[in-house]
Ligand binder design. Structure first.
Ligand SMILES: Nc1ncnc2c1ncn2[C@@H]1O[C@H](COP(=O)(O)OP(=O)(O)OP(=O)(O)O)[C@@H](O)[C@H]1O
Ligand SMILES: [Mg+2]
Length: 264
């Protein structure tokens, strides 16, 4: 039996029409296995978020297949896709901001509300999720009162609330200082390791990408390289040497040119 939680076949996304057409994804075929951590990396505009949106069933491909648990999603009715998405996935996306005027608890429990869970259970599970992220004391605060790192932790709490199989994170540490980034990274990887949650992360952060078991390198709408093996952070943050990281090989058997600070 396949262990793939998500599979794509010849995935194509074209934005716009006529002369304004833009081929953002040019035919991607790959699998993401259950319990895996995968980083999607590449320069700005290479198609990372577009791919993430298709995998997360937030957008539809122009052509090609996305299959969840072996089932092509295009065969499902829109309502089934919505409930699948709400039940199976958690999102840590910068564009899915918290509602600033709602309390942290209401923000975090929104996926449960969508799923039709009653208020007292919602709140109980919301507090439990916030406790995991040491944010329970902020439950009644307006989301707008939180610091950047606290907002990101609230987003993770919201992503966790439905016990998702997969967490999608698009630049989860993008606007955070290094100490807060490290906290957010640790939380995501602890969830991945302890709860077996599949992690799909778009990032320009080399350290975060290096922690993932697999890295898909995108360029101009294509996956141009794939690198496997977590690459533990070197003691001195520096270029990874052959001697330090013997497992850090690409499928083509050569090292990938990760640059510190991302490709933006
Ligand atoms: N709705 C849209 N209409 C037209 N073009 C789009 C649309 N969304 C994205 N694009 C284009 O598709 C390409 C890929 O965009 P995408 O957002 O996937 O890039 P990205 O790799 O996530 O970049 P970044 O690192 O800057 O977030 C870009 O050239 C972008 O301008
Ligand atoms: Mg993006």
């Amino acid at each position: 039996m396949s262990t793939a939680v998500l599979e794509t076949e010849n995935l194509v996304k074209v934005y716009g029409r006529g002369p304004a057409q833009f081929h953002a994804l040019k035919g991607l075929t790959f699998e993401i296995h259950r319990g895996e951590s995968v980083a999607i990396v590449g320069k700005s505009g290479s198609g990372k978020s577009t791919l993430m949106h298709l995998l997360a069933l937030l957008d539809q491909p122009t052509s090609g297949v996305v299959a969840l648990g072996g089932r092509p999603v295009s065969r499902l009715k829109p309502k089934a896709v919505s409930s699948l998405r709400n039940d199976t996935f958690g999102f840590v996306f910068q564009q899915f901001f918290l509602n600033p005027n709602q309390t942290v608890l209401d923000n975090v429990t929104l996926p449960l509300k969508i799923a039709g869970v009653g208020k007292s259970e919602r709140n109980q599970r919301g507090i439990a999720a916030l406790e995991q992220l040491e944010m329970a004391d902020k439950a009644k605060n307006k989301a707008t009162d939180l610091s950047g790192g606290q907002k990101q932790r609230a987003c993770i709490a919201r992503a966790l609330i439905n016990n998702p199989d997969v967490i999608f994170a698009d630049e989860p540490t993008g606007n955070l200082d290094s100490a807060t980034s490290e906290t957010v990274e640790d939380i995501l990887f602890t969830l991945h390791q302890e709860q077996g949650i599949t992690l799909v992360v778009v990032t320009h952060d080399e350290d975060l990408a290096a922690k993932c078991q697999r890295r898909l390198m995108m360029q101009d709408g294509l996956i141009v390289e794939e690198q496997t093996g977590a690459t533990p952070r070197p003691a001195q943050a520096s270029a990874v040497s052959d001697r330090q990281q013997p497992e850090n090989q690409t499928r083509r058997g050569r090292r990938l040119p990760f640059r510190r600070g991302g490709a933006k």
